[in-house]
Design a protein around this ligand. Structure first.
Ligand code: UDP
Length: 360
């Protein structure tokens, strides 16, 4: 029997590990550890329940600075493994502080480190996630890659671990829960009657800056004459809108539904049925590519270039005219169609487990 522990801490982490326990053979003992980095009911608990990934262990770190969070995660893991044996491998998904804390912990305790979604690079060192990705990849023993750019980046950086292009476990979750997504009645619940845009904005580069949030306000004012805009607001965005005194201006826009973060099924139903997505999220660029849904990413770069080269995603500068031009091209049908990248077929977790069974 081999033991593998999956260390998760944030919403996008949870969505990347949903198929592991379901697919694990009897010789593989898989446990889930939640660091507590995301802790709200609507950023964590709803995903455990809907996606059937209730953690086996909770570290319960307190919300604090990134350094304190990482220190607490490493301390929490040390205490946990005083009570239970160390696993054969620790799996860390994505690019958040929990990912890097887990990577350092595995390295210092001599257990195998496995990185899910390895090799992605935005080459933008102002993004905290970029540092987490680079450092985690350099410490990893086995790197599982979602797209061709990841393979190239790993080769260029001469990383020590072995790597495998297996596809995208986030897409496994979409495929695995398709019937539950289809059953969501969120469109009726929200009373959406017109064509609508789904939007999520939470990256520090946008939401820590009052000027950028004011541009978003102008954009929504302009779009709301033709579209309903569904805006599930990330806690970081909410905090900043409040701090900059912009909350009321957003709430006043007719046609803007300013709502709490949604559960996975409801959110994905909106992705399926919307006219387009406006976002600065990482994972949503991939989900829209899988759905072949137009996605305008309001960022100067992406660590997921396959969504642009092959998928339905486009990077658009945060300029109202540029965004309006892209929306016009979506409306008149001249926007690109997009295809589905290799191995984004719902079986990435299965391929990963097969490799781990041989390697551990
Ligand atoms: N998501 C969700 N509810 C929401 C917003 C996002 O379930 O209200 C999901 C989304 O489908 C995707 C993940 O959360 O699977 C992306 O998380 P986020 O954008 O916070 O993180 P990033 O991918 O940018 O790291």
């Amino acid at each position: 029997m081999k033991a593998i522990h999956l260390l998760v801490g944030t919403r996008p982490n949870f969505i990347k590990i949903t198929q592991f326990k379901k697919l694990a053979p009897a010789q593989l003992d898989i446990k889930i550890i939640h660091t507590g980095q995301h802790f709200n009911a609507n950023m964590a608990d709803v995903f455990f329940r809907e996606l059937e990934i209730m953690p086996d262990y909770f570290l319960d770190i307190k919300p604090d600075t990134p350094v304190m969070q990482m220190a607490e995660i490493m301390t929490g893991l040390s205490k946990l493994y005083q009570q239970i044996p160390l696993p054969d491998a620790l799996v860390v998904p994505g690019d958040v502080n929990s990912t890097l804390a887990g990577a350092i912990f595995a390295n210092k305790t001599g257990i195998k480190l496995i990185h899910l979604e390895a090799g992605l690079r935005s080459f933008d060192r102002t993004m905290p996630e970029e540092h987490n990705r680079v450092l985690t990849d350099h410490l990893s023993d086995i790197l599982f890659v979602t797209e061709p750019s990841g393979l190239l980046n790993i080769e260029k950086e001469h990383l020590k671990g072995e790597y495998h292009h297996v596809g995208n476990t986030m897409i496994d979750t979409l495929v695995g829960f398709e019937s539950q997504i289809e059953l969501s009645n969120i469109i009726q619940q929200l009373g959406i009657k017109r064509k609508f845009i789904l939007t999520t904005i939470h990256r520090p580069a946008t939401v820590d800056n009052k000027g950028e949030l004011e541009k978003l306000l102008q954009l929504f004012n302009r779009l709301s004459s033709d579209y309903d805009i569904i805006f599930p607001v990330h806690p970081r965005t909410l905090k900043n809108l409040d701090a900059f005194g912009l909350m009321e201006d957003f709430r006043k826009i007719k046609g803007l539904l300013f709502i709490e973060p949604l559960g996975y099924f409801d959110f994905q139903k909106l992705v399926k049925d919307c006219a387009l997505v406006l976002t600065d999220s990482g994972g949503i660029q991939e989900e829209t590519t899988y759905r072949q849904k137009p996605c305008l990413t309001l960022r100067p770069n992406t660590e997921r270039p396959v969504t642009i080269d092959e998928g339905s995603n486009m990077l658009v500068p945060f300029d109202i005219n540029a965004i309006m031009n892209m929306i016009t091209s979506i409306e008149n049908g001249t926007y690109k169609k997009g295809g589905i990248p290799q191995w984004w077929d719902g079986n990435a977790t299965k391929r990963i487990i097969e490799i781990l069974m041989q390697k551990l």
